[in-house]
Design a protein around this ligand. Structure first.
Ligand code: ADP
Length: 518
């Protein structure tokens, strides 16, 4: 089987947009021209038949006028059939395609001296047959139109019976119209139309081929360029054609998509390398410890065992946090619904207050409803509180608060955890949100993934995490996100609550807008 790329390229060449557009356009044009031609010429053939019969009846009405002609006293001018036919023949002015002939008592008589052709030319062997045909078709006392063939012509023939009162003779006035030659003319015109239609189709096809080729060239270039791009070579970009048309937009979007995929792949590679690096350390420690353990010495073995357990626990935590961090990239990681923040604040506080022996203070709570994911938010608060514990001393104070603040884009919710711990140097304050960043590694136990998860939760709420910190004085981490929901009633309320019952000094409180500690 051909390689995938060849197969794709082959199929694109087989039925390109260009051929599809051209065949569709030409098919429509061909059908249109054919229908137009057939309908037009059918109507023209019908009109020809009607016109020929009309002309024949016109000749007949001129004959009738002559036959009924009267003098000043009202007497008929013509008293014999012969007289009527002589005058009718003399007055007849046969048009092109017409021929006039008269009979009296079955004998051929007069015909105009000048006409396109003679119905019964002298000396023609066919004349007797034609005469017989006319006499057979003649109905005494009536006028009929019949079709007949004479001397290779298709004719419409009017045969009028001519009687004059007081004359026994039976006259016949014949007008023939060569409808065949007129039909042949129409056919020639139809064939010309068909020929011109074919030429039109060929020209349109050629022009269409050239024009679509020119219009679609950028698309073709784009296709060729996309074939160059592989998972290995994501740095390649397709050329963006000039102009502001769809193809240019497609090329730009394609490049943007490539950039995102490229960034995604790069991030994935970084992630893998970080993870590898992170897991290698405990493995090295365990291995090193085991290698240097004196198996004969029970104390040494016990100590090695403890180190191995510790490191395995650490690895377990890293793996757990990693899968949490991976999950946080999913769009449904945070599901917002209206949350009663007073209830949330109290239950979150109840939970963190048991993490470790500290003076826990619920310094602010608000009675509002906001769009949030209560479970994720609690998880973030627990993480911040665990950090506050880890980076502060036994017995120091940790403040927790939920506040409603009017921000530049509307009301914001601020959920903050403040400690009086070691603090973070200004240069490190941004870095700590990066994966596996630990500033103070001495305080062990951390995976360096806690803050990235907190940040993902804040971002899932359409918000961010703000840090205010001063080395040696403590840090405040605040999750800030928009309130959105209008279902809640506003009216923040401060409710200092002390686990140990004491009241916080006014200075201990910080504005939820934040200020540098100390
Ligand atoms: P860790 O598991 O190491 O705590 P985090 O992502 O939660 O990982 O935090 C990253 C780093 O940020 C920590 O190693 C620490 O240096 C710093 N940090 C986090 N919280 C605090 C805090 N409350 N006080 C001082 N430093 C902190």
């Amino acid at each position: 089987m051909a390689p995938l790329r060849e197969r794709i390229a082959g199929s694109a060449r087989g039925r390109t947009v260009r051929t599809r557009m051209l065949t569709t356009m030409l098919a429509f044009m061909a059908v249109g021209l054919a229908v137009t031609g057939v309908l037009t010429y059918a109507a023209q053939f019908r009109a020809l038949d009607q016109r020929v019969d009309r002309e024949l009846w016109q000749e007949y009405s001129e004959l009738a006028l002559i036959a009924e002609d009267t003098d000043d006293e009202g007497r008929p001018v013509h008293s014999s059939v012969d007289s009527v036919l002589v005058h009718a023949t003399g007055a007849a002015a046969p048009s092109d395609h017409e021929s006039v002939l008269t009979f009296i008592d079955g004998q051929r008589r007069y015909q105009p001296s000048q006409q396109d052709y003679a119905l019964m030319p002298d000396g023609s062997a066919d004349s007797a047959r034609i005469q017989q045909q006319i006499l057979d078709a003649h109905v005494p006392g009536r006028t009929v139109i019949v079709s007949m063939e004479a001397h290779g012509r298709d004719l419409r023939v009017l045969i009028a019976s001519v009687d004059v009162a007081g004359d026994e003779a039976q006259g016949i006035f014949v007008v023939a119209n060569d409808i065949g030659s007129q039909r042949a003319e129409l056919w020639r015109s139809a064939v010309t139309f068909a020929g011109l239609s074919v030429i039109t189709l060929v020209v349109a096809g050629w022009v269409g081929y050239v024009v679509t080729g020119r219009l679609l060239r950028p698309l073709e270039d784009l296709r060729a360029a996309t074939e160059q791009i592989t998972v290995v070579d994501l740095e390649h970009r397709v050329p963006v054609p000039e102009g502001r048309d769809d193809v240019a937009a497609l090329a730009r979007n394609f490049n943007r998509m490539l950039a995102r995929i490229h960034a995604g792949f790069a991030e994935q590679r970084r992630f893998m390398s970080d993870v590898g690096h992170e897991l290698r350390t405990p493995l090295t420690i365990v291995r090193g410890t085991l290698e240097t353990t004196d198996v004969e010495d029970p104390d040494d073995v016990r100590e090695s065992r403890e180190i191995a357990y510790e490191e395995l626990d650490r690895m377990g935590r890293v793996v757990g946090d990693l899968s949490e961090l991976a999950a946080s990239k999913r769009p449904d990681y945070v599901r917002l619904r209206p949350v009663d923040l007073q209830h949330f604040g109290r239950s979150a506080f109840a939970r963190i207050a048991h993490i470790a022996e500290r003076e826990w203070i619920l310094e602010r709570e608000v009675d509002v409803v906001a769009d949030a994911d209560e479970q994720r938010l609690t998880q973030a608060v627990v993480q911040l509180a665990a950090n506050a514990v880890r980076y502060s001393e036994d017995g120091s104070r940790i403040f927790f608060g939920v506040d409603l603040v009017s921000g530049p884009d509307g009301p914001e919710i601020h959920v903050s955890v403040r400690d009086e711990g070691v603090g973070i140097a200004p240069d490190d304050q941004r870095r700590i949100f990066e994966r596996f960043t630990r500033v103070d590694a001495g305080r062990g136990g951390g995976t360096g993934l806690g803050l990235p998860i907190v940040l993902a939760i804040a971002e899932g709420h359409g918000g961010e995490v703000r840090v205010l910190s001063r080395p040696g004085r403590g840090s405040t981490f605040t999750i800030v996100f928009p309130q959105f929901t209008s279902a809640g009633h506003t009216g923040g309320r401060r409710a200092p609550e002390h686990r140990d019952g004491s009241s916080p000094a006014a200075d201990d409180r910080i504005s939820s807008q934040g200020r540098d500690e100390g």
